[in-house]
Design a binder for this molecule. Structure first.
Ligand code: ADP
Ligand code: MG
Length: 320
């Protein structure tokens, strides 16, 4: 199968079609229209086989994850996703693999109404690079840098599940059969928090998606904002699968340090708390308050109830 036949069969005909795409796959470039009053928000992420996902990961999951991590970055800025480009590096043309891969891509592009508008296909070790573009009303993008002392710290969903899912897959964690599906999906089919991101635009003071683990990503907010934080480890949202599978301390460790959950971590001022609750309820989205920003620059203090929580996780003390 020739390259252009492959692109036609697997990527062009299956993509969701948007009206703001003047020219999509098939020419030298795509031509798209950005709505008036909106800023274009752009992000790229590469997933390399054996590095960012285990080599035996199903093609559908590889596609899902590659798209989801990019949409998650857009969500963290409050952007609504619109277009994707795909650079695909494959060792050979395996039609079954490509079929599964493009179905995984199709599922997410349909669900989020985004269109694949171009890309590149090359031969080499398996790697997937996606560039995602979206819109945010001018001057409303969420950033990491505007958290202020007194702001409350929130996180969506539950934490640590993808990390536990990976350990389960690699035989390092013993998980009851009834939780295996949930944890496997949290690892391979993360849900980008696109709706929450757009809801937070006028409410949150800062936002980031958790790709490297809570402590590490919170560190980015603290560094960029020039603040510190107090974090209540007894408030960390844990799934039933997590609570059933490991002890309390181990669960906290997963929640604090494991990556790949793609939940949103954000800060909200005291005045906006009521608006946040209203907005989350009307969108049927859950978020948990896990701490508060303070003025102690670059320092993260972990607490369990009234006590200090000692934790030897890497780099939690100083971010400055
Ligand atoms: P060029 O040589 O001009 O860069 P290509 O032959 O690489 O063009 O690609 C032809 C068309 O197919 C272009 O519109 C390109 O964006 C698209 N394309 C190539 N690979 C992919 C892919 N993996 N996914 C989506 N579109 C692709
Ligand atoms: Mg060209």
């Amino acid at each position: 199968m020739k390259e252009f036949e492959l692109i036609d069969k697997f990527f062009r005909v299956r993509s969701h079609q948007r009206r703001d795409v003047q020219i999509g796959i098939g020419d030298d470039c795509a031509v798209v229209n950005v709505p008036q009053g909106q800023s274009l928000v752009v992000t790229t992420d590469t997933l390399v086989s054996g590095v960012h996902f285990p080599e035996n990961t199903p093609a559908r999951a590889v596609a899902h994850k590659a798209v989801a991590v990019n949409l998650s970055d857009l969500a963290a800025m409050g952007a609504e996703p619109a277009w994707l480009s795909l650079s695909l590096c494959i060792s050979d043309v395996d039609e079954n693999w490509l079929d599964e891969f493009s179905l995984g891509l199709q599922e997410l592009t349909d669900y989020y109404s985004v269109q694949l508008i171009g890309g590149d296909t090359v031969k080499g070790p398996l790697a997937v690079t996606i560039t995602a573009q979206g819109f945010v009303p001018r001057d409303q993008a969420l950033t990491r840098s505007r958290a202020r002392p007194g702001d409350w710290l929130y996180v969506t969903g539950t934490l640590g599940d993808a990390g536990l899912g990976l350990d389960m897959h690699q035989g390092r964690a013993d998980v009851a059969p009834k939780h295996r599906n949930f944890l496997g999906n949290r690892l391979n089919y993360p849900t980008p928090r696109v709706l929450v991101g757009t809801i937070l635009r006028r409410i949150a003071t800062s936002c980031i998606d958790i790709s490297d683990g809570l402590i590490s990503d919170l560190g980015h907010i603290l560094t960029s904002s020039g603040c510190g934080a107090q974090l209540a480890v007894d408030k960390l949202p844990l799934s039933e699968a997590m609570r059933d599978s490991v002890g309390a301390e181990q669960a906290i460790r997963y929640a604090l340090t494991a990556g790949d959950d793609y939940e949103l971590l954000f800060t909200v001022s005291e005045e906006q708390k009521g608006n946040l609750d209203l907005a989350l309820t009307s969108a049927s989205v859950s978020a948990t308050c896990i701490g508060q920003i303070n003025g102690v620059q670059g320092k993260l203090e972990l607490r369990h109830g009234k006590d200090r929580y000692e934790f030897e996780g890497q780099g939690y003390q100083h971010f400055s």
